[in-house]
Design a protein around this ligand. Structure first.
Ligand SMILES: NC(=O)c1ccc[n+]([C@@H]2O[C@H](COP(=O)([O-])OP(=O)(O)OC[C@H]3O[C@@H](n4cnc5c(N)ncnc54)[C@H](OP(=O)(O)O)[C@@H]3O)[C@@H](O)[C@H]2O)c1
Length: 279
């Protein structure tokens, strides 16, 4: 029987590539969502009754509930939720603007959380389901110029790592996808930027922002390959679905270096740490 996937943010990037792949599969009912449904016309060529296009701004709770209701009405259930919608924000930590930071948290953290809360009762009842979160290597390691973006993705990592333990007994699996830089619209139109007024003091941030700008459209990661990897994990590797799926060589390198450094601190200070307990 066809599995029903609901994907957020399918107008471009990873979401569009995954939706395209899913739309071609007879094994899939696709609920493709976007803030503006006219951006989903690319799916019409594949539609043989197994595609539902819906307006969904993940910061709007009515949109969320409506999308979940419509998906269940048309296909009976939701088997896979892919929380893909997200945006970035480049700034020094010091100069970050609350309005940008809060909006990013609304999309990257609360949008994903509310989507997940809306779908969980359905998956719990059927005792199965897969919940995917588009995190980032920035959820596993800090990156200069992206402090608050990293904060949103660390939040996603913490929420989903915990959720995976809470829902495992109900047959629900959780997968965090952790890409490095991929060729999508993310670093361009999907990221706000605050240029630093202290160029002499924030060289690292400036270099990082310049490198991102220069690298736009030349990022190492191929979003088609990422979509294929996500799809194949869910369909072919379901029994061993990883909680963490880093994608891109830089994701492997960045995450490994940071996790090693955390382990090294833990090892070095383990006696001091243990000594802080009551005797
Ligand atoms: N590309 C990378 O290098 C990279 C690396 C690691 C993680 N990621 C993560 O991957 C995810 C997808 O981004 P992408 O790289 O594919 O970039 P993208 O091409 O810019 O796609 C972002 C998508 O999110 C949607 N979106 C933004 N705000 C939304 C909202 N409030 N409600 C619903 N949809 C919303 C956008 O819709 P509109 O067309 O309406 O703006 C767009 O479809 C994000 O979570 C991002 O943080 C990206």
């Amino acid at each position: 029987m066809a599995k029903t996937w609901l994907v957020t943010g399918t107008s471009s990037g990873f979401g569009k590539e995954l939706a395209t792949l899913l739309a071609k599969s007879p094994e899939v009912n696709l609920v493709a969502t976007a803030r503006r449904t006219e951006k989903l016309d690319y799916l019409d060529q594949y539609d043989h009754g197994q595609i539902l296009k819906l307006k969904l701004d993940t910061t709007d709770d009515d949109d969320i509930q409506n999308a979940v209701n419509e998906a269940v009405k048309k296909f009976g259930t939701i088997d896979v939720l892919d929380n893909n919608a997200g945006l970035g924000y480049f700034s020094t930590f010091e100069e970050a603007q609350d309005v940008d930071v809060k909006h990013m948290f609304d999309v990257n953290v609360f949008g994903l959380a509310h989507m997940t809360q809306a779908v969980l009762p359905i998956m719990r009842k059927q005792k199965s389901g897969v919940i995917i979160g588009l995190s980032s290597v920035c959820g596993l390691a800090g990156v200069p110029s992206l402090s608050f973006y990293c904060a949103t993705k660390f939040a996603v990592e913490g929420m989903y790592q915990t959720l995976s333990a809470e829902v495992a007994e109900d047959g629900i699996k959780v997968m965090l996808v952790e890409p490095s830089a991929f060729r999508t619209d993310w670093s361009g139109r999907s990221s706000n930027k605050t240029n630093t007024a202290y160029p002499d003091d924030y060289k690292l941030v400036k270099e990082s922002m310049e490198a991102t700008e220069k690298g736009q459209g030349k990022e190492a990661g191929d979003p088609k390959k990422a979509a294929k990897a996500i799809y194949e994990q869910v369909t072919d590797n379901f029994d061993h679905l990883p909680l963490h799926l880093p994608l891109g060589a830089a994701a492997v390198q960045g995450a490994t270096a940071n996790l090693k450094s955390i382990l090294s601190d833990i090892d070095k200070y383990s006696d001091l740490a243990k000594d802080a307990d009551f005797k």
